[in-house]
Design a binder for this molecule. Structure first.
Ligand code: HEM
Length: 405
């Protein structure tokens, strides 16, 4: 057994563009030194498949949370700091608070409810394509960003007029991960917009007549009325769904598009076959998922010969777990017929497993199907700019040129 800081581990240049654009050769070397764990300039990260599943599901020993980010910005005592500390993703998976918040939304995110929303998704994506497809070339990542926000706003009953304002406030929140003090006034101003928006949304709905258990916002308001969550938790939850669904789905859709465009026969088939899109989406979640959760040891514990001390931190790199050769054969190839693609960890594992996963999958499938029908023969133009694998992986932009269908 080795203490974490004394273990002989490979060092990986995870912050570099070279690593982000093609981690495979680095990982192949790293695995020769350690099968599932590596070091990087600021800490440790897990890349093995089994370790990813086990450690994400270990709510007793490992907790999530954004404490270091809140402290970095000296934001304790602000509403933003409180939000970052109290949202569902930040609460220990084994805590009463997490279970209570999760119970308040679980019934609004079943596979059936996600399927019921497909008509609405179809209309939103068609409307966006009517506006964007005639252009012949655009940044796909920018286009993709309008889809999840429009869908989550649709689920919450928000007017489409509000979308540009909310989208820009959400974009400002992404600046907080840069750990750049200059970003603070920008994301704090965006946060004020978000908070006022959530407060007005809830108040308008409460003044607007009988609540319907089948509607997302009403489900949350009813949870507040029954005492399951308090008024602040209700507003935080509305914002969490916007935050949780926005950048993640935009990145995953952009990555799925990249993988499909690079394989024209796969892309073409997506236009004709919605069911096939499900396989493409699943394989993209296996090949390049985009969220790398962060965990901190809540106490001393040992896992597979490594002794962790309370306070040790880990990045759990789901984009790398899907390339573990002991689970996925020929992991570099993108193959929607892969029999075990559905073992992907793109939505996490354990108590924090993505609550919006069925909605996200429905958005990705419907988008891919409709996009492939309207954006014909797409080609990627120019050099791709990658985001780091730490945090929200993906592409900053995906410039494409195409024939408008
Ligand atoms: C393709 C898109 C998405 C991906 C890849 C994704 C990925 C993830 C992952 C990996 C986690 C676990 C985080 C952890 O363990 O710390 C998570 C949690 C979560 N996601 Fe998603 N997500 C996506 C879309 C969505 C959508 C559309 C929503 C809501 C509308 C959503 C809401 C949430 C929430 C609320 C949590 C926290 C759950 C908890 O802590 O219990 N996500 N997501």
């Amino acid at each position: 057994m080795s203490m974490l800081d004394e273990a002989v581990l490979p060092v990986l240049p995870v912050e570099t563009d070279e690593f982000a654009s093609n981690p495979a050769p680095f990982l192949e070397e790293a695995r020769k030194q350690h099968p599932w764990l590596a070091r990087f300039s600021q800490g440790y990260f897990v890349h093995g498949y089994q370790a990813t599943c086990d450690l994400l599901a270990d709510d007793e020993n490992l907790h999530s949370g954004f404490g270091p980010v809140i402290d970095f910005y000296e934001a304790r005592g602000t509403m933003w700091g409180r939000f970052m500390d109290e949202i569902i993703m930040a609460r220990p998976g084994n805590s009463e608070g997490h279970k209570r918040l999760r119970a308040s939304i679980n019934k609004a995110f079943t596979p059936r409810r996600a399927n019921d929303a497909r008509d609405m998704m179809h209309q939103i994506i068609t409307r966006l394509l009517d506006e964007w497809a005639p252009k012949g070339r655009f940044d796909f990542a920018e286009f993709a960003s309008y889809i999840p926000i429009s869908v989550v706003c649709g689920l919450l009953g928000v007017s489409t007029d509000e979308i540009p304002r909310i989208r820009s406030a959400l974009e400002s929140q992404l600046l907080s991960v840069t750990l750049d003090p200059a970003a603070k006034p920008l994301f704090m101003a965006g946060w004020d917009v978000m908070w006022e928006f959530a407060d007005a949304l809830v108040k308008d709905r409460e003044a607007g007549g009988a609540l319907d258990e089948g509607a997302l916002l009403d489900t949350l308001i009813l949870a507040e009325h029954s005492g399951q969550i308090d008024p602040t938790e209700l507003r935080f939850m509305v914002l969490t769904l916007l935050f949780g669904g926005y950048d993640t789905t935009k990145n995953q859709l952009t990555m799925t598009m990249k993988l499909a465009v690079e394989n024209p026969e796969i892309y073409e088939r997506c236009a004709d076959d919605l069911k096939y899109c499900g396989k493409v989406v699943e394989e993209a979640l296996r090949h390049t998922p985009t969220v790398s959760p962060f965990r901190r040891a809540a106490r001393d514990f040992t896992y597979e010969g490594i002794r962790f001390r309370e306070g040790d931190t880990l990045v759990i790199a789901t984009p790398l777990a899907g390339h573990d050769p002991s689970v996925f054969a020929e992991a570099e190839s993108f193959d929607p017929a892969r029999a075990n693609a559905n073992r992907h960890v793109g939505f996490g594992r354990g108590a924090h497993i993505c609550v919006g996963q069925f909605v996200a999958k429905a958005i990705l499938e419907e988008s891919l199907h409709l996009i492939a029908g309207r954006i014909r023969h797409p080609k990627i133009e120019g050099r791709l700019e990658w985001r780091s694998i730490l945090g929200a992986y993906g592409l900053n932009s995906l410039p494409i040129a195409f024939d408008a269908g």
